[in-house]
Ligand binder design. Structure first.
Ligand code: SF4
Length: 431
């Protein structure tokens, strides 16, 4: 695997990893390339970045990146003030709705110009999903990566390794990650993402009002949580949905979230971790670590062997992947075998195959927020099915479902892949 686990869970800001976090990182990166005599910076957005960029705040993210801000470091409470202070004569963003760049649907070009408007430097970037950016022409296959003790390229190889070396998936992931960074750094990363996930849920559950963007979507995590009846046997499921809604409402409001593995699908993994912590007997902090490491290993498989970009494969690559990661993670937290983890992850994705991305008004609100609540509930059911069934084996392997997700995504028309040109986006009026 050429992806570090740290790439799968990152602290960022809403509302989108591919359309907000990635473009902000690209703009920040470009600052380092621009010559000293630069008088003006221009950002040019193409394809899906242009078509849904306004709703996904891509223009604002690029402007912030051009000021040197980072997704992890920017003060989310001061974003409006920071944007207000930007000189529009020096920094501008342009939308090219009918043009697509060749290597990925999320393309952008950044330009540095002198005082006469002469282009001094241009760099093209692609935001390939989950906040990861790639320079145009960059070959990620040949990227230098550290040699890991347990190399594998797919889920079958991962399972084989686990059996040969008698290691759980989380352990394989952890020992491989040690080739990238020291144990202390991994521990710090795990603690940080778990802390930010909890803070995000807490903030979301404590906030009410209407989300920005003009759709007049009301935040409902707080009122839903307040109305829960502990005597109701299904209340854990209600809580899980409230946790997921809380995160995705924070995301839609441009708040601080953990990209897991994307922002649009950021609610499912934290909702599941909190479900484990609150409702599973014997849950402990080690279980949370097993959960996060296993989920990250599963996310890595999707990122490398298919895609986690809604613009490339539709929502199956975002909510479907998050559901799969959370289902496998929950089995690991509960001490389940590698085979049952693989089975849960497969079930989590199998029933999201073909899921389109059609956000109304280009905003990460409808269907995204509710879809996370349902995805989280489905992840619990997938994990329970994999744990409770007497047989470990199953007909459809995780590798097969990952391959199917990719081919299904490629066959999908582009109107269903984060362009807001099809589905709910055209059948529901924005008013
Ligand atoms: S529909 Fe799914 S993939 Fe599309 S923006 Fe919403 S969460 Fe992301």
């Amino acid at each position: 695997m050429k992806t570090s686990l740290v790439e799968i869970f990152k602290v960022g800001l809403g509302p989108s990893s591919s359309h907000t976090v990635g473009p902000m990182k690209a703009a920040r990166h470009f600052l380092g390339l621009a010559p000293a005599e630069t008088a003006r910076f221009e950002g040019h957005l193409f394809g899906s970045l242009a078509l849904t960029g306004k709703g996904h705040a891509t223009d604002r993210a690029v402007l912030l990146g051009m000021q040197g801000e980072t997704p992890e470091g920017v003060d989310v409470g001061r974003v409006a003030e920071l944007l207000e202070a930007i000189d529009p004569q020096r920094f501008s963003v342009h939308f090219h709705n009918d043009e697509w760049m060749p290597e990925h649907p999320n393309g952008m070009k950044l330009r540095a110009l002198d005082a006469e408007g002469m282009c001094l430097r241009e760099q093209a970037y692609y935001s390939v999903g989950g906040g990861t950016i790639r320079l145009a022409g960059e070959d990620t296959e040949t990227r230098e990566t550290p040699e890991t003790p347990h190399p594998y390229g797919c889920a079958d190889e991962l399972l084989r390794l686990g059996e040969e070396k008698n290691l759980p998936i989380w352990r394989i992931g952890l020992e491989n990650e040690l080739a990238w960074r020291p144990q202390a750094e991994i521990d710090e990363w795990l603690e940080r993402i778990w802390r930010v996930m909890q803070e995000c849920v807490e903030h979301g559950l404590g906030t009410q009002g209407t989300l920005p963007g003009g759709l007049q979507v009301h935040r409902r995590a707080r009122s839903l949580a307040a109305a829960l009846d502990p005597q109701d046997g299904l209340s854990p499921l209600d809580w899980v949905q409230a946790f997921a809604l809380a995160v995705n409402e924070e995301n839609a409001a441009g708040g601080r979230v953990v990209t897991a593995p994307t922002n649009g699908a950021a609610g499912i993994v934290p909702a599941m971790a909190l479900y484990y912590q609150r409702f599973v007997k014997g849950a402990d902090h080690e279980g949370i670590r097993r959960f996060l490491l296993t989920a990250a290993v599963l996310g890595q498989l999707y990122k490398e062997n298919a895609s986690i970009s809604g613009a490339e494969v539709g929502c199956q690559g975002e909510v479907g992947v998050a559901c799969s990661m959370a289902a496998g993670g929950l089995v690991a937290a509960r001490g389940g075998s590698n085979r049952r983890i693989e089975k849960a992850a497969e079930i989590g994705m199998e029933h999201h195959l073909g899921l389109t991305c059609d956000p109304i008004g280009g905003l990460v609100q409808i269907p995204c927020i509710e879809r996370n609540a349902l995805g989280a509930a489905q992840a619990i059911l997938a994990a329970r099915l994999a744990i409770n069934e007497s047989r470990e084996g199953h007909k459809v392997s995780l590798d097969k479902v990952i391959k199917t997700m990719l081919t299904t995504g490629r066959d999908m028309q582009s109107i269903y892949k984060e362009t807001s040109q099809g589905g709910l986006a055209v059948n529901v009026a924005v008013c």
